[in-house]
Design a protein. Structure first.
Ligand code: SAM
Length: 233
């Protein structure tokens, strides 16, 4: 699967994709990640990509042409139109099920905004306007990294033998993962639950299932259709 990311700051993302699971996935040929500098696609010889908002208001808005030209160039490169995502706090919320569905695409292009956001005509051209949560970041780069990593983990072979996506939170349904423990058995007076040391696989399975539901109820009752109390910070 190929990911193309169009951004004003490709160098911000390069180190992130050069380590860990995503590096391994690229080395195994399971994914390819291409970073594109948005300025290259500006029709302006100085590489300007933003302008003042029509109707007035603070800040600058990103012009549509560089994004359209970037998608045209990527389409040429991949031999067809990729699935195009505009990262935006105004988009539909990203979640695990969507990551699974995105992983079925051959090519996904992610467009990163900055400043006050992107000319709405880009949202009209994109196949999906996508938010990673109800907060506003300075740019779409971190959201793009989140989407690439979560999606790549859904591709068979990307997650190696040191982890399993199938027991992760959200994988099987609206449920968080179960709590995990490792050595030492006792640490600062805190003991690993006895059942995990019992070797009784059926008891362990039931314990983990119960704990997963307990945690879901405590932290994310909304996933079970219950009302979520505002957390105290
Ligand atoms: N004025 C915009 C609004 O009210 O939604 C916020 C613009 S934000 C400062 C700049 C860029 O960051 C956006 O164009 C988008 O690409 C990215 N961004 C910010 N928050 C995001 C989120 N929660 N999910 C995805 N992208 C986000």
């Amino acid at each position: 699967m190929r990911f193309d990311i169009v951004t004003l700051y490709p160098e911000m993302l390069r180190p992130f994709f050069s380590q860990g699971v995503l590096l391994g996935a690229q080395e195994k040929g399971l994914i390819e990640i291409q970073l594109h500098d948005l300025r290259v696609f500006s029709p302006d010889p100085r590489g300007i990509v933003d302008d003042r908002p029509f109707g007035g208001g603070a800040g600058m808005v990103m012009r549509p042409e560089p994004f359209f030209r970037a998608v045209d160039a990527i389409s040429q490169e991949v031999g067809g139109r990729p699935f195009v995502i505009l990262l935006s706090a105004q988009g539909v919320r990203f979640e695990q099920g969507l990551a699974k569905r995105l992983a079925r695409h051959r090519a996904v292009t992610l467009l990163c905004g900055r400043y006050e956001g992107v000319d709405e005509r880009v949202a009209g051209m994109a196949d999906l306007e996508l938010s990673i949560g109800d907060y506003v970041l300075a740019g779409g780069e971190l959201p793009a990294a989140v989407v690439v990593e979560a999606t790549a983990r859904m591709i068979p072979g990307v997650v190696g033998r040191h982890a399993s996506a199938a027991t992760d939170s959200f994988y099987q349904g609206p449920q968080l993962g179960f709590p995990q423990y490792t050595r030492p058995r006792t640490f600062r007076g805190m003991r690993v639950p006895e059942v995990l040391l019992s070797g009784d696989h059926e008891r362990i399975r039931r314990f983990r299932m119960r704990e997963a539901w307990r945690k879901t109820l405590r932290h994310r009752p909304d996933l079970l259709g219950l009302r979520l109390e505002a957390p105290t910070t």
